[in-house]
Write a protein that binds this ligand. Structure first.
Ligand code: COA
Length: 458
């Protein structure tokens, strides 16, 4: 069954929609309502007539309508009966929030849950999850933050608590999300199947996954399926539980086989999945993928107003295998005209600390036109003569004329932070350090190489 109705349901029932505003079932219902889901919402609670102004039903069987998705948030010993009723009702997807299944030694209960689902042709997300969200359908069926920034990043997570925490963090960082899926015990739907669906989702530009481990015996399938995903969309994974102690912690957390870090590294490489080493790095890269088209080539220039950050970016470019071009004499002559005589027309192109908005714009116009350049790393250090917000606003405008991928590193204080925000909002992935900008472009270039190797559109 396609997962389309999970992400674009016509109706959602919340089984265990509590009247108590502090309970999980209530919070999920509230988030669904307040985030603006436009389909039908049916609270199910045997002891309530109305919750949050919506008519409540004693059982899912009482609902006089088709139900595409049922969110289940009742204690574990009641889940099977509710699942059975959902099956009889013709529900298509069970999203089981409830804990107390295989992660707690109740393998039998989890097996039975999947059996019930199979019997009726339902699919199961979970159990032991914080829910899921899909911003294009205005679905927030989680007990995380009420609001979610909209964008092209889809995030799948095997850790619930981290997922909820990252919902708040992505909102603060204004990282736009498409789907957000808590994977939990992956009794049925798993990371590969959801990624496979999202690879064809027009709202998803990049898939990010927090992974603790795969189920024993699923490694080969992971590689094969992920290769097909990666041929369509970039996938970034952060693998937790790489240290010996960490892998023991992961085993008791989600029951996954954390395994040797080298085996996972090799599997990710074969699958063409990009492996980030920190959560921050994963979302840095994801930001670039969500805002830019995949680069057409790898010839790159650094444009800066500060020698120091230019050198740092150059070191980072070498570390990450980004080819920095040596500009031709013709290109150098053009660049010389837009900077003081003591600037540098070599790569990094240094407009010097006296650079004004106009110097950046003119240099960008030249770089945009030049066949020698595919990508631009734009750096800015706070100076007394150039207001970062003015530069950001001008660049945001200029971006409309720019066809080449551009990443930026802006270094400085509070007003620079605001400039970074403006740039990110306007489609230029911008970071508070040169290295993070370079690393993000490097991830895109790496993906470009992987995709052409896998036979995707280069
Ligand atoms: N159908 C529908 N509603 C039912 C029901 C049924 N068969 N049986 C009970 N309910 C109602 C209850 O009456 C209650 O509503 P009320 O507060 O208005 O009376 C509501 O559903 C919730 O039931 P309750 O027994 O109060 O459960 P709970 O809210 O204390 O706990 C879970 C339910 C699912 C939250 C809990 O079992 C659990 O698993 N918690 C962990 C969840 C988690 O952390 N998941 C992983 C995150 S990463």
């Amino acid at each position: 069954m396609s997962l389309s109705r999970l992400f674009n349901p016509r109706s959602i029932a919340v089984i265990g929609a509590s009247r108590n505003p502090d309970k999980i079932g209530h919070v999920i219902l509230r988030n669904l309502v307040e985030y603006g889901y436009k389909g039908k919402i049916y609270p199910v609670n045997p002891s309530a007539n109305e919750i949050l102004g919506l008519k409540a039903y004693k059982s899912v069987l009482e609902i006089d309508d088709e139900v595409d998705v049922a969110i289940i948030a009742i204690p574990a010993d009641k889940v099977l009966e509710a699942a059975e009723e959902c099956g009889r009702k013709g529900v298509k997807f069970l999203v089981v929030i409830t804990s107390g299944f295989s992660e707690a030694g109740n393998e039998e209960g989890e097996k039975k849950l999947v059996e019930v689902a199979r019997k009726y042709g339902m699919r199961v997300l979970g159990p032991n999850i914080f829910g899921y969200a899909y911003t294009p359908s205005r679905i927030n069926a989680t007990f995380g933050t009420k609001d979610i920034a909209v964008g092209g990043i889809s995030f799948l997570t095997q850790s619930g608590a981290l997922g909820i925490a990252l919902m708040g963090w992505t909102l603060m960082e204004e990282l736009g999300m498409a789907a957000l899926v808590s994977l939990g015990n992956m009794s049925d739907l798993d990371a590969t199947e959801i990624s496979d669906y999202l690879a064809d989702d027009e709202n998803t530009k990049v898939i990010t996954i927090y992974l603790e481990g795969l189920k024993p015996g699923t490694g080969k399938a992971f590689i094969e399926k992920m290769r097909r995903v990666v041929a369509r969309k970039p996938v970034i994974v952060i693998k937790a539980g790489k240290s010996t102690r960490g892998s023991m912690a992961a085993a008791s957390h989600t029951g996954s086989l954390a395994g040797s870090s080298r085996i996972y590294e090799a599997a990710f490489k074969q699958a063409g999945v990009l492996e980030a080493s920190t959560v921050e790095e994963m979302f840095d890269w994801a930001r670039a993928f969500s805002l830019l088209e995949i680069p057409r080539g790898d010839k790159t220039v650094i444009l800066t107003n500060g020698g120091g950050v230019g050198v740092l970016a150059t070191d980072a470019a070498e570390k990450y295998n980004i080819p920095l071009i040596d500009p031709s004499n013709e290109l150098k002559n053009k660049l010389r005209k837009v900077m003081p005589w003591y600037g540098s027309v070599r790569n990094p192109i240094d407009l010097t600390g006296g650079a004004l908005v106009d110097n950046y714009v003119k240099a960008l116009e030249i770089l945009e036109e030049s066949d020698e350049v595919d990508n631009i790393i734009l750096l800015y250090c706070r100076t007394a003569v150039l207001d970062p917000i003015e530069l950001a606003k001008t660049l945001a405008e200029f971006k409309k004329k720019l066809s080449k991928p551009i990443v930026a590193g802006f270094v400085g204080g509070a007003d620079v932070r605001e400039a970074i925000r403006i740039l990110n909002k306007n489609g230029i992935p911008t970071y508070p350090s040169p290295e993070r900008a370079v690393s993000s472009l490097a991830a895109m270039l790496e993906y470009r190489r992987i995709r052409s190797r896998l036979g995707g559109v280069a």
